[in-house]
Design a protein around this ligand. Structure first.
Ligand SMILES: [Fe+2]
Length: 316
């Protein structure tokens, strides 16, 4: 994976056209003529800036908007509703052509017979505030259930049909280490008094936590970008390609192992599979809940990086 490097510093070029404002002459007419020239240049420059603004490519507009929306971002920081709507609106106007994609590209074909077809990731940009990239999924491709710690994430389906299933943790919900419920405060107590006991239990039965289903639907492009937040909106999700499809993801802030924002994968089990003493859920709502259990990165998950070949982004 790599960032497109043929970048042109348009901003620098634009400002070099601004006139010098130094005027130090006793000759009034000369000064006036300089002043008129200066005014003309100013107008010309303003027009150039307006034209440049009008000509902004959609992917450049996306980058510029992300830069502003996530300027003061960090783990757990959700941008203001106004900023979220602005970014969502920019994303909703992005088409596959705007990022150099078409459905005949090899990324969307199953070249090798695999149970889980390889997914291609096109890296557009990453800095410490946000990242932008495109997942290209052949039919039946699956991005398994994973989380987005402390992040606000925008996912824009560019084409195709994709099934999204997402969950949020049930606040103060129970944890289940086997078939019985363990009170989380008790777990912490055990952790304090006996790390070995806790470790042993975790190895034998990785903890399961109760989660609530947020989304469980097929989406077909064109459709609006979906948004998830650090604690709601479906922070843990799984993408399954019903047809070949592409999804443009914007993450703020991005994953970062050193900062403790690593990607965790989960298995999901029906709510009814385990007992949940003390939790009362009406029969007809039980399908809306599930137990999530941490797992290793799935062995059959293959995400390969490829060079983004769409319009270049001018980074600043
Ligand atoms: Fe994701």
């Amino acid at each position: 994976m790599g960032i497109e490097t043929n970048l042109v510093d348009l901003k620098g070029k634009e400002f070099s056209e601004l006139p010098s404002v130094t005027e130090n002459s006793n000759n009034n007419s000369n000064a006036n003529s300089k002043s008129i020239t200066s005014t003309n240049k100013n107008n010309k420059s303003k027009k150039n800036r307006r034209r440049h603004k009008k000509m902004l490519l959609p992917v450049q507009k996306l980058y510029d908007t992300c830069k502003d929306v996530f300027a003061f971002g960090g783990a757990g920081v959700v941008p203001s509703p106004e900023k979220i709507e602005r970014l969502r609106s920019v994303l909703d106007n992005i088409t596959p052509v705007d990022v150099g994609l078409n459905q005949d590209m090899p990324h969307f074909r199953n070249s090798v017979a695999r149970r889980n077809p390889a997914i291609t990731y096109l890296h557009l940009h990453e800095c410490d505030k946000f990242s932008m990239g495109i997942f290209c999924l052949p039919p039946s491709g699956v991005l398994p259930l994973h989380n987005h710690p402390g992040m606000t994430v925008f996912s824009k389906l560019l084409f195709g049909t994709m099934h999204i299933k997402s969950y949020d943790w049930v606040a103060d919900g129970p944890c289940n280490t086997s078939s019985s419920i363990v009170n989380p405060s008790e777990s912490k107590f055990f952790l304090l008094i006996s790390p070995l006991f806790f470790l042993l239990k975790a190895v034998q039965h990785p903890e399961m936590r109760l989660a609530k289903v947020k989304v469980d639907s097929d989406f077909t492009a064109p459709c609006n970008a979906s948004i998830l937040y650090p604690a709601d909106g479906g922070n843990m999700h799984c993408f399954t390609a019903v047809t070949a499809c592409a999804v443009l993801d914007v993450l703020g802030p991005p994953y970062s192992d050193p900062d403790g924002r690593q990607c965790t994968y989960y298995l999901d089990f029906p709510f009814t599979k385990f007992s949940a003493d003390g939790v009362s859920v009406p029969e007809e709502e039980k399908e809306g809940y599930a137990w999530l259990q941490e797992r290793e990165k799935p062995e059959d998950l293959a995400v390969v990086g490829a060079l983004y070949r769409g319009p270049a982004i001018v980074e600043h």
